[in-house]
Design a protein around this ligand. Structure first.
Ligand code: HEM
Length: 198
């Protein structure tokens, strides 16, 4: 039996896809500024990077407000119930064609592994990128006040580490979103809001 459930509200879908577009823009331009390759030219890459970063900061402020006013932040409270079953599913059950052990309902739309991954993104990766990026941008204003161990190099390392963590998240995330009952099923749900459960 196929059941359609409404999981992703309009603002959430807007936030998700604009965040994805901005993060991908930041990764592409950021690694160019870092010197990994040459695509747009350093000056243009740096200016697009700064504009996209400010847009993302603005989007995050709205998204944080939305999560708290709607109570949706509760979706990210860690739960270890069925975590082992979900990990076993992605490690081998999925390759044996076994059904997913977790049943999605709107109040608990993320399985325990998604809860941990998204919470880690929001509480570790995002703040690391956010604070190190702002420290980078305003270095000239605080350099004279900084302790001896903290300089531009440390800020740059923290920011690049955040960028690599985000890239690893993105690769794992996109792979996992293609593991629904069809490769595009979860992606369609993030576009229309409706997930089809079997
Ligand atoms: C780096 C950029 C991205 C970030 C930071 C990100 C982050 C997130 C977060 C936090 C959620 C949970 C949303 C919620 O609570 O409702 C989510 C869900 C989802 N994302 Fe992304 N995403 C990114 C890129 C992408 C891309 C490129 C795709 C597809 C090609 C994608 C497909 C999906 C899908 C299908 C879901 C819903 C399934 C689920 O709940 O796990 N995302 N993403």
């Amino acid at each position: 039996m196929v059941e359609r459930i409404y999981l992703f509200k309009r603002f959430e879908r807007f936030w998700h896809w604009s965040q994805a577009a901005l993060v991908i823009t930041l990764l592409v331009t950021g690694f160019e500024v870092h010197g990994s390759y040459s695509l747009l030219g350093f000056g243009q890459a740096a200016s697009i990077h700064t504009t996209a970063a400010w847009l993302l900061v603005g989007l995050w402020i709205f998204a944080i407000f939305w999560h708290f006013t709607t109570g949706e932040w509760r979706q990210y409270i860690p739960s270890f119930d069925q975590l082992g079953a979900v990990i076993r599913h992605y490690s081998y059950g999925i390759f044996l064609g076994r059904p997913h052990p977790y049943r999605v309902v709107p109040e608990r739309k993320h399985n325990p592994l998604q809860r941990l991954a998204y919470l880690g993104l929001k509480l570790a990766i995002n703040p690391l990128i956010w604070t190190s990026g702002i420290a980078y941008l305003f270095y000239a204003q605080w350099r004279d006040l900084a302790p001896a161990w903290l300089g531009l190099q440390e800020v740059a390392i923290a920011h690049t580490l955040g960028a690599f963590m985000m890239l690893v998240f993105l690769i794992a995330h996109v792979y996992l979103t293609t593991t629904g009952h069809t490769p595009l099923a979860h992606i369609k749900a993030m576009i229309t809001g409706y997930e089809e459960t079997h």
